[in-house]
Ligand binder design. Sequence first.
Ligand SMILES: *Cc1c(COP(=O)(O)O)cnc(C)c1O
Length: 414
Amino acid sequence: MSPIWHPFTQHGLGEPIPLVTRAEGSAIFTADGRRVIDAISSWWVTTHGHCHPRIMQAIADQAQRLDQLIFAGWTHEPAEALARDLVAITPPELAHVFFSDSGSTSVEVALKMALGYWANRGEPRHRILVLEHGYHGDTIGAMSVGARGVFNRQYAPLLFDVGTIPFPEPGAEQACLDALDAACRDGAAAFIVEPLVLGAGGMRFYPAAVLAEMRRICAAHGVLFIADEVMTGWGRTGTRFACEQAGVVPDLLCLSKGLTGGSLPLAVTLASEPLFEAHRSDDRARMFFHSSSYTANPIACAAACANLAVWREEPVGERIATLAERQARHVAALGGVGNPRALGTIAAFELEDARPGYLSDLAPRLLAFFRERDVLLRPLGNTLYVMPPYCIDEADLATIYAAIGEAIEVLTAH
Ligand SMILES: *Cc1c(COP(=O)(O)O)cnc(C)c1O
């Protein structure tokens, strides 16, 4: 038996854990010779496809030159090039790039920057506003700003208090905005939100106009606006960043997952001038006190530079548009599902279930069902979603939806 303790895995259930030996494009290959379609981009990270040659080459080349470097007081070309490229493709207000190594840490960094901003201005504000059903990672701070539930009940006493704004359900958008306005009036340091799509909270979509209005309200009250685009970034919602669809410029922008095309762990928190300026001083006590050992690892930065080159030089936008059109068509054709929806490369719907929610009895049965059909899908409770790499072809996509159609028939039959 393997000594490995896997994430989000109940080892007591004895579910099989397949051994994977390689991956290419939209597929992973197992040691026992199976080709499995990666319908969730290996948990939302793989954008262009597995083992994109250009990114793999950049990693190999960089590994010959510089492996790792302390980033406090030192710098290197892959990080410099990447920071320049990121500033060039994001709104001009986001002029500063802080590196870290995962989505969760990019969120922790954003929260600490926001609190540091207020503290250094001598106007301490600590309250963080969040959106109902949000997810921002699994570290203690990231859990604190995320939805409370079975994932974090055991740690509840350690999670800090936040102001929760109701999700803008269809027809209840104004209630959400009014609650945000009231909470901002009461005084808050920052509002953190996943733009357009709440991922782990059940692939919940809300309109760009609501996002734009949220941003406007925060600006009106001087509450910092943190956009967590860890999942929505890099084309997932149809545009490179979801904020673009709402014309929103956040004060802080968190990016990870697709930043390296999904090849290596890396994250950035982009910050606007006022955030940077609040920490810049000749007083060492006002610096931003945060680092992790692998901050801006050169090999990961080289992979991210290659990802940006792929975006510049390959028809990524066309691939996303093609996938978006196919996703919308496939999900609309499904019968017997609740709330079928698609946005960009993401399609989702609900399955009828006696026990909805993350611990749905349906989820483990579905997992096994799809595993047998060589399709990697991982339901969020009774919400099923398809989020493949952009290179997936129609044949693989059709296989995924055929398996889903079969699952609906077999597993939800009364
Ligand atoms: C996945 C995710 C995170 C956490 O990223 P990790 O790299 O897993 O730490 C944060 N925010 C959002 C919106 C995510 O989807």
